[in-house]
Design a protein around this ligand. Sequence first.
Ligand code: APR
Length: 231
Amino acid sequence: MKIVVLTGAGISAESGLSTFRDPDGEWMQTDPMKLATPEGFAADPVLVHNFYNARRAQLREVEPNAAHFALARLERALGDDLTLVTQNVDDLHERGGSRHAVHMHGELRRAWCRACDTRMAWDEDLTLATTCPACGEAGHMRPDIVWFGEMPYRMDEILHALERCDMFVAAGTSGAVYPAAGFVELAADAGAETLELNLQRSETTQLFDDHRHAPATENLPAFVDEVIGKA
Ligand code: APR
C-alpha cells in the first residue's frame, strides 16, 4: 500500500513550536509579508534574519514528539511505499527518526548563498555580514526557506507520489496554503483514499473521505498502529 503523508505545523505544536494560524500562531504576532517574502527580506534583511535566527535557535530547545516517532516507525515498516512530505522547516521529523522527509518549504537548518547559488547545512545565526563558505562573498546569504511567492521544492517528486498513492493523509495542517492544500484533490483524482488527522476542522476538511480530530500525538500513533497492523 503506497501512502503519502503531508505534515504541517500542527505536528510540531506539542513539541512547543508555535503554529502559524492558531490564535497564538506566528502570523498572529507578525506580518508574514514582512518576514516570509523575498520583498520583505529585501526591505529589511535584519528583521528577517533575526526572525529565522530565533526560530533556528529554538530548535535546540525542543524535542520530537510521539507524532514524529510514529511517522518514523511507519517509514521503517513501509520503506519506499511511504512518501513523507512536510511543509515544516523544523528538523523534528529527522530527529524523530524519519530519514526521507521531503521538505517542500525548505529547512531552518540550511542556508542559501544568492551570490554562488550554493545551498548548505547551517546551524548558526545568519547576518548581513555572514560570508559564504563556498564563494567567500559576504552579504548574500539567506535562509534556505521557501517564502510566499516562491516555488516549493521537489514538486515533481511530490506530484509523482500523489499520482500513484493508495492513501493520502494530511496531518497538522490548516489547508490554507497552496500547492500543499491542493494535494488532497490530486490524490483523490488518482483514486486514493484521503484522511485528515488534525486538531480541528481545517479549510479543506470537506475534501477528505474521512477525518479524525485529536492532537497529533494521539492521532498519528493510532493511525500508524492501524496501518502496520494491516500491513
Ligand atoms: N495536533 C494536531 N493538529 C494541530 C495541533 C495539534 N496539537 N495544534 C494545532 N494543530 C492544527 C491546527 O488546527 C491547524 O489546522 O495544525 C494546523 C496548523 O495550521 P497552520 O498554523 O496554518 O500551519 P500550516 O498548515 O503548516 O501552514 C502551512 O503556511 O505560513 C506558511 O509556509 C508556512 O508551511 C507553512 C504553511
